[in-house]
Design a protein around this ligand. Structure first.
Ligand code: GTP
Ligand code: MG
Length: 381
């Protein structure tokens, strides 16, 4: 390691000096390097600049676009997590399973029961996430999207939103292709699984055989010597749904789920759509902080200044704490399912982040160039 000037670095990266200076905006401790001949005397700074360019020096991990500390330059503004302020939060449950095994029917039954019991009454429009308040007083948040799509998208973007998977397996059909796929996905994410053996009202239902069919896929239910809970239900008739929700609550208790209602808001987009009357809307799950009107958010290549928020019954709300499903109004573009949502301190910052993210959306060609640049930097070091 000898030395490298700003110009050397720009050259090695195949970028202009201006580009390097622009990137430096995002890197601390680069104020001294104000000329192209300035010597960058810290390897760490060089690596930071390379990393923030969307490139990767070998010793540096790939850029993490969702790193909140990075897009919130003024990180000190946000309080660090303090265990004493953490509050219990509802579990976020994704219902998965093979086609036609009864996922939607189950969610509808759970929701209708709770809607009927609630003071508001009536059934409202479908949104991708909703909360069910159980008789025991506990709340459970369900993700009601085509389970796979949302889960896959979130997984691809590294967003951990699901605490629990309810795997619906129809007792007349048994374990099928997507059942296996769902098991694989839940296991890959280390998310606990609860089995709902559905359609037990049907003549052909074979609960015991269904349990056996799960064994080769690493799901050992309780009466097969394992610790996975399996609840026989009829989503259609509402049989045993209270046992299922009890199992969910029990599992959630064991996980001791906590959320931090303070500080920078973090969340995940569940789905997005354009409403004829209300404009660009996204359904989101808040994971940290307290979302409220006026908050500036970035998600993927979209940003919003929250204009209004609605709960899963379409009613306006003022605040959304962790694990709350919420419809957010105020997006300039539509974010995608699975995009991580992060609060930034101002609209100006949101613009910077957008510009930044667009610039690092690398094409395949740039991807190849990147490899070459890595080698050059390696040589220089
Ligand atoms: P996809 O979204 O297409 O993957 O299907 P799904 O898993 O959401 O299944 P859905 O809830 O749409 O149910 C499929 C069919 O099974 C419907 O005709 C339901 O009425 C029926 N069904 C669901 N649950 C039960 C049940 O407990 N008993 C019986 N008999 N039929 C059920
Ligand atoms: Mg469905």
């Amino acid at each position: 390691w000898k030395y490298m000037t700003v110009a050397n670095l720009a050259n090695a990266m195949g970028k202009s000096v201006d580009h390097v200076f622009e990137v430096m905006m995002y890197v601390d401790n680069t104020v001294d390097y104000d000329k192209s001949t300035s010597v960058i005397d810290s390897l760490q700074v060089i690596q930071e600049i390379v990393k923030k360019s969307g490139m990767r020096a070998r010793t540096v991990s790939p850029p993490d676009l969702s790193d909140p500390e990075r897009i919130n330059k003024d990180a000190t503004k946000w309080p660090p997590p303090d265990p004493s302020v953490l509050v219990k939060r509802p579990p976020v449950v994704t219902v998965m399973g093979h086609v036609d095994h009864g996922k939607t029917t189950l969610l509808d039954s759970l929701r209708n029961t709770s809607v009927v019991k609630s003071e508001f009454g009536g059934i409202t429009q479908h949104i991708g996430a909703f909360s069910v308040k159980l008789q025991s007083g506990e709340t459970v948040t369900f993700l009601d999207t085509p389970g796979h799509a949302a889960f896959t998208a979130m997984r691809a973007r590294g967003a951990k939103v699901t605490d629990l998977v309810v795997l619906v397996v129809a007792a007349d059909d048994g374990v099928m292709e997507q059942t296996v796929e769902s098991i694989r996905m839940a296991k890959a994410e280390a998310v606990p699984i609860i089995i709902a053996i559905n359609k037990i009202d049907k003549q052909e239902a074979d609960i015991e055989h269904t349990k056996d069919m799960l064994l080769p896929h690493g799901i050992q239910v309780e009466d097969r010597g394992g610790d996975v809970q399996a609840i026989p239900i009829s989503a259609l008739n509402g049989t045993n749904l209270d046992t299922l929700t009890e199992a969910i609550v029990l599992q959630a208790e064991l996980m001791n789920l906590k959320g931090d209602p303070r500080g920078r808001v973090e969340g995940v987009v569940v789905e997005s759509r354009t409403d004829l009357h209300r404009g660009k809307l996204s359904t989101a799950i808040v994971q940290r902080g307290m979302l409220q009107k006026g908050t500036v958010l970035v998600a993927g290549l979209a940003w919003a200044k929250v204009r209004a928020m609605f709960n899963d019954r379409g009613q306006p709300i003022q605040q959304a704490p962790p694990s709350t499903p919420v419809e957010v109004l105020g997006w300039r573009e539509l974010p995608s399912a699975g995009d991580e949502i992060i609060e930034v301190e101002s609209e100006k910052r949101a613009h910077e982040v957008m510009k930044w993210r667009q610039s690092v959306k690398l094409t395949e060609k740039q991807e190849a160039e990147r490899e070459a640049v890595e080698c050059k930097i390696e040589e220089h070091l």
